[in-house]
Design a protein around this ligand. Structure first.
Ligand code: NAG
Ligand code: NAG
Ligand code: NAG
Ligand code: NAG
Ligand code: NAG
Ligand code: NAG
Length: 463
């Protein structure tokens, strides 16, 4: 049986329990009260035929800020979690191909209890971790779904999958001040833990279909999104109008990623519970498969490598959402009807889409969050801003990681906005690469510092 602490979102947990009569894998997070982190994680996986099993699927060795640069090769510590020290974190960078540089700490051992079972136990610090089992894999960075050497934990399935998704299960480890506090770097991710007191403090996460002519998935002319309804939604006698945040995934992802990999509902629950934002509805749409004519964008080769998925042009996605998604959402839910309580945010290629919304749907939204945006020039010109002066009065944040491969692009965008007098808030995640720990951090700080704050943003205001 899986332990309750392995929860990956409410729905996946329920699904996991339904499947658990045949549990063939598990991940258990335990408080130990011992160094090095105060927590340990135990992985179990049953596979009678495998000769060797590694764990990967997003799990990375650790590093620290003194051994990390933004350059992928040979520039991070790659520490074993057993050697954890406060301030350690992980970055997701391509690995060097040199065999002598390859040290992969996550190797399972045969269980002493059963012949066909594999186990691995290690201390982990605070954070959300994605993982998968890699049977008969000798080089973790190369073992992917399409090589047949990556098995998603069948007992902690992702909330929703479509082909091309970032297939991963995940677990979350709490922070323990006693063992993990670092005077140099805050790596406390407890804001993504489930909120206490579920009935009062937790919202609902739903999967919703809507009519979108031309859509290819999940059915012809039907498209889908993941919906977060805050605690209390639908319970008040008088009709409320909730503020509305659209939250986009990036290349190779889908609308479920923010919940599966980013634990968006937990972050929202905590920010609402702590009074940082009013109860807010979140819609996480999917920019793939909107239309057969949208299949001509950039192709990305990671993920399902034999079938790279083209990212549709941001302009086409915007036009499609304006035609079908926005009217559906705004006529179906108790959400507000004006720009002052509408926001659009997204990560990576979703940050490019957010930029498109900022420039070409300026009047629909007052708040924009660009997380690790993969934006490239040309940027806006003085002329564009003169034609559209509202751009100077928006709640914008540009956020990205210090070790993010889009670092320079995001900096260039900031410089361009600064040059045009478009004020915006900033978050440079000090442990951040182009990965979910960065996107979570960007989302957390954007929501806490910018979302629904009075405009123009008071950049002198303190937390
Ligand atoms: C077990 O490992 C083999 C490789 O030896 C792999 O093909 C198979 O999918 C694994 N089975 C399960 C249930 O994970
Ligand atoms: C990993 O994959 C890359 C790209 O396909 C290949 O060049 C490299 O040789 C592989 N490395 C190992 C150790 O299998
Ligand atoms: C890769 O993507 C293709 C096209 O979407 C799909 O048919 C195939 O099943 C996927 N492969 C895996 C291993 O998920
Ligand atoms: C959405 O539509 C797909 C395809 O018709 C269907 O399989 C799925 O059950 C629907 N989901 C919901 C939540 O209605
Ligand atoms: C926008 O809608 C909200 C919620 O209905 C309302 O409180 C606010 O006054 C409206 N603002 C404007 C500028 O119309
Ligand atoms: C905004 O619209 C214009 C005119 O259609 C287009 O040229 C531009 O690419 C769009 N997006 C951005 C980010 O400027």
């Amino acid at each position: 049986m899986r332990a309750a602490v392995t929860l990956g979102g409410v729905l996946s947990a329920l699904l996991g329990l339904l499947l658990s009569h045949e549990a063939s894998a598990s991940v258990t997070v335990r408080k130990t009260g011992r160094p090095p982190t105060g927590y340990e994680v135990e992985f179990r996986y049953i596979n009678a035929t495998a000769r060797r099993v590694l764990i990967g699927g997003g799990l990375q060795p650790f590093t620290d800020q003194f051994h990390t640069t933004g350059t992928p090769h040979r520039t991070n510590g790659r520490f074993d979690p057993h050697d954890y020290q406060p301030g350690d974190f992980w970055v997701s960078n391509p690995w060097p191909q040199l065999p002598e540089d390859y040290v992969w700490p996550y190797e399972m051992r045969r269980s002493p209890d059963r012949e066909d079972e594999w186990v691995y136990t290690a201390p982990f610090p605070s954070g959300t971790y994605t993982y998968a089992f890699l049977p008969d894999c000798d080089y973790a960075p190369n073992c992917t779904v399409d090589t047949g050497k990556l098995v998603v934990d069948p007992d902690v399935p992702p909330f929703m999958n479509v082909p091309g998704d970032q297939l991963s299960s995940n677990f979350h480890v709490p922070f323990d001040e006693k063992f993990q506090f670092s005077p140099e770097l805050n790596t406390n991710f407890d804001y993504a833990l489930p909120a206490p007191n579920p009935c009062r403090n937790r919202g609902r996460v739903l999967h919703v279909n809507y009519t979108s002519p031309g859509s290819l998935h999940p059915a012809k002319d039907i498209h889908d999104f993941v919906l977060y309804l805050p605690p209390g939604y639908g319970r008040s006698k008088t009709k409320k109008e909730y503020p509305l945040l659209y939250l986009s995934h990036g290349a190779n992802g889908n609308g479920a990623d923010w919940e599966n990999l980013g634990r968006m509902s937990h972050i929202m629950d905590n920010l609402i519970r702590q009074g940082h934002i009013p109860p807010t509805v979140v819609v996480a749409p999917t920019f793939y498969n909107l239309d057969a004519t949208h299949q001509d964008g950039l192709k990305f080769l990671y993920g399902n490598r034999s079938h790279p998925v083209p990212v549709p042009a941001a302009r086409l996605v915007r036009e499609n959402y304006e035609k079908y998604l926005f009217p559906f959402v705004e006529s179906t839910y108790d959400v507000c009807r004006n720009a002052s309580c509408r926001a659009f945010a997204g990560l990576s290629m979703g940050g490019v889409l957010t930029y498109e919304m900022l420039v070409n749907a300026t009047d629909r939204f007052d708040y924009f969050g660009l997380f690790s945006p993969a934006t490239l020039p040309p940027y806006l010109s003085e002329k564009d801003v003169a034609r559209n002066p509202a751009l100077r009065n928006k709640g914008i944040m540009v956020a990205y990681g210090l070790y993010d491969f889009v670092f320079q692009w995001a900096r260039d965008l900031q410089n361009a906005l600064d040059g045009l007098g478009i004020r915006h808030a900033t978050r440079v995640t000090p442990f951040g690469s182009h990965s979910w720990s960065t996107f979570q951090d960007n989302f957390y700080w954007y929501t806490r510092m910018v979302l629904w704050k009075p405009l123009p943003l008071d950049l002198r205001a303190r937390r």
